[in-house]
Design a protein around this ligand. Structure first.
Ligand SMILES: *[C@@H]1O[C@H](CO)[C@@H](O)[C@H](O)[C@H]1NC(C)=O
Ligand SMILES: *[C@@H]1O[C@H](CO)[C@@H](O)[C@H](O)[C@H]1NC(C)=O
Ligand SMILES: *[C@@H]1O[C@H](CO)[C@@H](O)[C@H](O)[C@H]1NC(C)=O
Ligand SMILES: *[C@@H]1O[C@H](CO)[C@@H](O)[C@H](O)[C@H]1NC(C)=O
Length: 446
């Protein structure tokens, strides 16, 4: 009798521990699947009807007809016939040169371990054949292709994780506007559009990650976010691998969900307590492709590497964005930058992937360095070429077994401990690096 009671208590305990309740307390307690933290580096791809005007930013429609920005109104007056509507851009989203494996090859060469693709931005156009997006989807209109499916197949074929960006709201959807006019007391848009599409995406494409966005106008209770996440974590086909971000309703970001994005391009100044991700765009001004982009608007490779290293040293993942053209090409300057990041990671990736932040994230020694670690191995990454060969690190505590090397070379470096902590070493001639960054590996340090 007592044994049976005990067994029941154990089993029931296990069952209830495994099921998540549709409230933040329960959902927030779910451990993040391990693959995500180990991946460290992902790519973000913004592609949609906004890639056709390719002017200003992916918020084109909103700036033109929502915010009534003069520059956008003038652009339309000058270049399009009177009465031209945003919907008329969709047939020109032709994706005629889109070769999913050619993209996936570039993504793999960048060293990224996951790719997050816009399935639907705030304009509402779905990059897959959504049954609830009549004629405003990439199968019935524009490319006449299942972009989400084709890209997913190519990305997985190269062993990268596949993430889906999804905007909860749609600027001009009449159902959404009706709910908004009710003060979000009605949820017609959520029941007829948002939730069916989210479930469709999950069931069809079995994503590893959902990057939710467009949440801020309404509370999470309007979006039924906790109910959706409870289904996702308990019963969906991806319940064991799925990772989500934190944009699930006004006020949830930096507070609830899986990992935290907080604001776009979030740059903390102290070590965050929760797993986070910095998303940033090579084109500083836009996430979507812009034909009026200038070289000086772009981050260069050393800037990207510096941002990646800072992010990883502070425990984050780095999600780097590119915008392809409407005909399906990755602009060559983006491709060059991605390959440049990948070339650096090929040599120095062990200082990035699957590392954990070290007790000291950064210090100014001979030059500024950022630290990462794996057990008793510590990596010191720097972006400034020192002017002399003797090089000091102040924080590592060495031992008799300490070995110091420069990543990319197997030759151990000569070093000597300094009085309390730290060491001085003799650097070799640093190899040329277009990325402008080098990493020193120290084993057997504390
Ligand atoms: C899968 O990846 C390999 C390279 O790893 C490539 O040669 C092949 O074309 C890809 N197949 C598809 C269907 O993308
Ligand atoms: C969002 O939440 C904040 C408080 O967290 C509130 O001040 C603001 O009015 C809300 N905005 C909307 C659009 O609901
Ligand atoms: C949405 O949330 C409400 C309130 O919790 C719940 O009654 C309803 O069943 C939910 N609907 C869906 C489709 O999850
Ligand atoms: C290193 O020096 C820079 C430039 O003076 C400064 O901004 C930064 O805070 C310093 N870092 C540390 C860890 O002291």
């Amino acid at each position: 009798m007592r044994l049976r009671l005990l067994l029941c208590a154990v089993c029931c305990g296990l069952v209830s521990a495994e099921r998540y309740k549709p409230d933040w307390k329960s959902l927030d307690a779910r451990p993040l699947p391990k693959w995500y933290d180990e991946a460290k580096f992902g790519l973000f791809v913004h592609w949609g009807v906004f890639s056709v005007p390719a002017f200003g930013s992916e918020w084109f429609w909103w700036y033109w007809q929502g915010a009534l920005e003069p520059a956008y109104i003038a652009f339309m007056l000058k270049n399009y016939p009177p009465g031209f509507t945003y919907a008329e851009f969709a047939p020109q989203f032709n994706a005629q040169f889109f070769q999913p494996d050619a993209w996936a090859e570039v993504f793999e060469a960048s060293g990224a371990k996951y790719v997050v693709f816009t399935t639907k931005h705030h304009e509402g156009f779905t990059n897959w054949g959504s049954p609830t997006s009549w004629n405003w989807n990439s199968v019935d209109n524009g490319p006449h292709r299942d972009l989400v499916g084709e890209l997913g197949t190519a990305i997985r074929n190269r062993s990268l994780h596949y993430g889906l960006y999804h905007s909860l709201y749609e600027w001009f959807n009449p159902l959404y506007l009706k709910d908004k006019a009710s003060g979000f007391k009605t949820q017609e848009f959520v029941y007829r559009k948002t939730l069916p599409e989210l479930m469709d995406l999950v069931k069809r494409y079995k994503p590893d990650l959902i990057w939710s966005d467009g949440d801020w106008e309404a509370p999470d209770t309007y979006w039924n976010s906790t109910e959706f996440l409870a289904w996702l974590y308990n019963d969906s086909p991806v319940k064991d691998v799925i990772v989500v971000n934190d944009r699930w309703g006004n006020g949830t970001y930096c507070k609830h969900g899986g990992y935290y994005n907080c604001a776009d391009k979030y740059t903390p100044s102290t070590m965050p307590k929760h797993k986070w991700e910095k998303c940033n765009s090579i084109d500083r001004i836009s996430w979507g492709y812009r034909r009026n982009m200038k070289l000086s608007d772009l981050m260069d490779v050393p800037t990207i590497i510096k941002d990646l290293v800072f992010t990883v040293a502070y425990g984050g993942n780095y999600l780097l964005n590119i915008g392809p053209t409407s005909d399906g090409m990755i602009p060559t300057i983006f491709e060059e930058h991605l390959r440049g990041v990948g070339a650096w990671l090929k040599v120095n990736g062990e200082a990035i992937y699957a590392t954990t932040p070290w007790r000291v994230p950064t210090e100014n020694a001979t030059v500024p360095v950022w630290y990462t670690s794996k057990g008793s191995t510590v990596y010191a990454i720097f972006h400034t070429k020192p002017t002399q060969y003797s090089f000091v690190l102040s924080s590592p505590v060495t031992s008799d077994t300490t070995v110091v090397t420069l990543l990319g070379s197997t030759e151990p470096l000569k070093w000597a401990p300094l009085h309390s902590s730290g060491l001085i070493m003799l650097l070799p001639e640093l190899p040329f690096s277009t990325a402008g960054a080098w990493a020193i590996k120290l084993t057997g340090v504390a």
